[in-house]
Design a protein around this ligand. Structure first.
Ligand SMILES: Nc1ncnc2c1ncn2[C@@H]1O[C@H](COP(=O)(O)OP(=O)(O)OP(=O)(O)O)[C@@H](O)[C@H]1O
Ligand SMILES: [Mg+2]
Length: 461
């Protein structure tokens, strides 16, 4: 049921429109005076307002403009007497949805009311959608604001500083770091804290595509440019117009794509695969890799000139094992994240010690997975050592427990001797093979055997 307001100083007109509205099943308020109607509009929102233009008190134009300001998703229709069409046109120009000219038939009113109500509900839906989009965008922005990047270590403070500085500029940024150190998270933070925040953030995972496919993923292609190109494709560069393009795993791109990318960075333009039209877009480039690009340049698989273009600013994310100061904070962060609506679980001190000592080859992603798993496994509100994976508990268990002071050098020598004996036994005392097993050369092996007085049991030839 919708809310309709009808105002006309000609009582019969007002009443008959109102009656039609009621018969359609809506709630209708009727007024015969402009001032009263205006007061009602001020007081509560109407889906449809039907107003005469010439009224005692406030005019129909007043009601129209006031109604549209207070309740923009509502719809206003004006009633005009025969011969005053210019007035109706003016009202439409000011935002009225439609006009009813007198005299009218019941059917005409029915159709016009239905149309107006339909329009009102479309407008309301649009307002709702816009609101939820705005909320979503706020959410997204919040998610990638610095608060979501956890870290108090000096290394991370430096990272935050750099992010803040580069976010304000439009410079290309190369983000370096091992797998799982937060490269994508940082790329998003840069975008959502830059002036491009209302533009798109587009990610392209460069290692995920075969050579030729990546080129058309990034730059798009024209219909018929190769077998299978059944329609024109808009690439990531065009999608990112006005925003940021994040090229992930940049170390893996082919020579061909490197050349095209370099041209884009220099001239801001490119052509689609198989296309002749030059396209220019406004896109900021962020890129990331866990490879050593300098080494790739040395091997000539990565162009040096491209490296300098991508690397106007570089940002290095240190591996987690080098910032164990951050572990407790990250654990807290993920415990809260995985708790959802449940109360946040607590981690036993022993478990926390294990986590701080572990070497985290998979970095923060691995820590995140460990906490997610433990949250699921722990029935109660406490996470103990038992809820941690074997990788972590095992790695620590084989490490010697030091209950008192030791002689470090003597312990090392003891271990060295054991290793050498083990390798010799394994290789039937063939020293060349033992040396290979140990990864040292034969002279060094011979020297160590002498040093430790290890008997040479090689079968004499
Ligand atoms: N400092 C941090 N604070 C909180 N969460 C983090 C942090 N760094 C990384 N994460 C989380 O760890 C996970 C891995 O991060 P991300 O995907 O950004 O890493 P990456 O460096 O891109 O890894 P890969 O090289 O494997 O693609 C994500 O879920 C991310 O939200
Ligand atoms: Mg990544």
């Amino acid at each position: 049921m919708a809310r309709i307001l009808v105002v006309d100083d000609h009582k019969t007109t007002a009443d008959s429109i109102a009656q039609i509205g009621q018969r359609l099943g809506h709630e209708v308020s009727v007024f015969y005076d402009g001032t009263e109607a205006l007061a009602a509009v001020e007081q509560q929102p109407y889906d449809v307002v039907v107003t005469d233009l010439r009224l005692p008190g406030a005019s129909g134009m007043d009601i129209l403009s006031r109604g549209m300001t207070i309740h923009p998703e509502g719809v206003v229709m004006v009633i005009t007497a025969y011969g005053s069409i210019e007035k109706a046109v003016e009202a439409m120009r000011k935002g009225a949805f439609d006009f009813i000219s007198k005299p009218f038939t019941i059917d005409e009113i029915k159709v016009k009311l239905e149309k107006a109500l339909g329009q009102a509900s479309v407008q309301q839906e649009m307002v709702r959608m816009r609101a939820s989009l705005a909320a979503l965008h706020d959410d997204e922005t919040r998610r990638y604001n610095f608060n979501e990047i956890v870290g108090k270590s000096a290394a991370m403070q430096k990272v935050f500083d750099t992010i803040r500085k580069v976010a304000a500029s439009d410079a290309s940024v190369l983000i370096l770091g091992e797998s799982g150190t937060g490269k994508e998270l940082v790329a998003r933070a840069i975008h959502y804290n830059s002036q491009r925040t209302d533009g798109p953030f587009i990610r392209a995972h460069c290692a995920a595509y075969a050579e030729g496919v990546l080129e058309s993923e990034l730059f798009g292609h024209e219909k018929g440019s190769f077998t299978g190109a059944v329609a024109r494709k808009i690439g990531r560069f065009e999608q990112a117009h006005g925003g940021t393009l994040f090229l992930d795993e940049i170390g893996d791109i082919s020579h061909n794509v490197q050349v095209k990318l370099l041209r884009f960075l220099q001239e801001k333009e490119f052509e689609r695969v198989g296309g002749t039209q030059t396209i220019s877009v406004d896109v900021r480039i962020l890129s990331a890799t866990n490879q050593d690009l300098k080494e790739l340049i040395g091997k000539r698989t990565f162009r040096e000139d491209l490296y300098y273009r991508l690397n106007v600013i570089s940002l290095f994310l240190p591996p987690l094992r080098e910032r164990s100061d951050d572990i407790a904070m990250l654990v807290e962060h993920f415990l809260r994240q995985y708790a959802g609506r449940e109360p946040v679980k607590k981690l036993d001190p022993e478990a926390m010690i294990l986590l701080t000592k572990y070497h985290w080859p998979g970095n923060i992603r691995e820590l995140q997975n460990v906490i997610e798993r433990a949250t699921v496994l722990a029935q109660g509100d406490r996470i103990t050592v038992d809820h941690l994976p074997q990788d972590i508990t095992g790695a620590i268990a084989t490490a010697p427990r030091l209950t008192g002071p030791i002689n470090f050098d003597a312990e090392i020598e003891k271990y060295e001797k054991e290793l050498i004996q083990g390798a010799l036994i394994e290789s039937d005392y063939v020293k060349a093979r033992a040396a290979t097993l140990l990864g040292i050369d034969r002279n060094r092996l011979r020297y160590k055997m002498e040093k430790y007085g290890i008997e040479d049991l090689a079968p004499t030839k």
